[in-house]
Write a protein that binds this ligand. Structure first.
Ligand SMILES: Nc1nc2c(c(=O)[nH]1)N=C([C@H](O)[C@H](O)COP(=O)(O)OP(=O)(O)OP(=O)(O)O)CN2
Ligand SMILES: [Zn+2]
Length: 271
């Protein structure tokens, strides 16, 4: 099976508002997104398909065939629209990233000839995306940032072995990174709010439990978590999972960008 993906862009306005709630309740749950006049987003949509290679052409499906179907849908129903007013599906539901991703999955499944839809990934901005695959769950991923220093050094290795394995990263005075942390939660969008998890709740928990502890710290010297553990990113994704799992039901994945070139992820025990 070969997997391929196509990116498309569109912009749309939306507002997050439950009509049965007061303005104050809407503001409390949705924050600035509850603006009754709406606000705008530039969305990036990734359509991922899969299928066997056609031996004669050497392709699974022509990208132009994906484009025809997806562009038609986007141009007719999404691009340049105020979704709450101009899209019948979102007259009934809040156009959250999760609800839009689910709608796009349902609208595109079985529509592209010669391949199978694998996943829809919808980026609302650089810090927020939602994904939908063939099961009934929807994932929401939020990106966080922290700066920290560390020294890669294992007490289970000799100084010589540490120097040999970790090289410049074993520098006794440490070195620093601009880490980007991706936290993914999986669930069904709530039938009223359209959310897998409220972003305000997710932000509060991740900031309090992880970011506030690690940001502008020396991981080896200033944090309990890494006082006796080598702070490699391989270990950090597992430690961060364990810090968050009891407070975040539906936690699905921890991704950590140590540098722009080094990315690590953990999906929980046994996965
Ligand atoms: N499996 C791991 N390997 C490495 C980790 C890690 O956490 N897990 N970390 C490091 C260092 O922390 C290092 O700072 C990053 O190393 P590296 O990518 O080699 O350094 P640069 O960004 O400077 O890239 P170069 O192109 O290699 O100079 C190392 N390994
Ligand atoms: Zn490092």
């Amino acid at each position: 099976m070969i997997y391929l993906s196509r990116k498309l862009y569109f912009s749309a306005s939306n507002r997050y508002r439950v009509e049965d709630w007061s303005d104050e309740e809407n503001r409390q749950v949705f924050g600035l997104r509850s603006n009754p006049n709406g606000y705008g987003q530039d969305y990036t949509l990734e359509v991922m398909v899969k299928g066997p290679l056609d031996e004669r052409s050497g392709i699974v499906v022509n990208i132009t065939d994906i484009d025809k179907v997806v562009k038609h849908l986007i141009q007719e129903e999404f691009d340049g629209k105020f979704l709450n007013y101009e899209h019948p599906y979102f007259a009934e539901r809040i156009p959250t990233t999760e609800n839009i991703a689910e709608y796009l999955w349902n609208a595109l499944e079985n529509q592209i000839e010669g391949c199978e839809l694998h996943k829809i990934r919808l980026h609302e901005n650089h810090y927020l995306l939602s994904e939908k695959g063939s099961d009934k769950m929807v994932q929401l991923s939020r990106k966080y940032h922290f700066c920290a220093a560390h020294r890669l050094h294992s007490d289970l290795l000799t100084d010589e072995e540490n120097k040999q394995i970790f090289g410049k990263c074993n520098n006794p005075h440490g070195h620093g990174h601009n880490y980007y942390l991706d936290v993914t939660v999986s669930g069904r969008p709530d039938s009223v709010t359209g959310m897998v998890i409220n972003l305000a709740e997710l932000d509060e928990k991740v900031n309090r439990i992880v970011i506030d502890k690690f940001d502008h710290k020396n991981l080896n010297l200033d944090t309990e978590e890494f006082r006796n553990i080598n702070p490699t990113s391989d270990i950090m994704v597992k430690v961060i999972w364990e810090m968050l799992e009891t407070s975040l039901p539906g936690l699905y994945k921890i991704g950590l960008w140590e540098t722009e070139k080094n990315y690590f992820e953990y999906l929980g025990p046994g996965r």
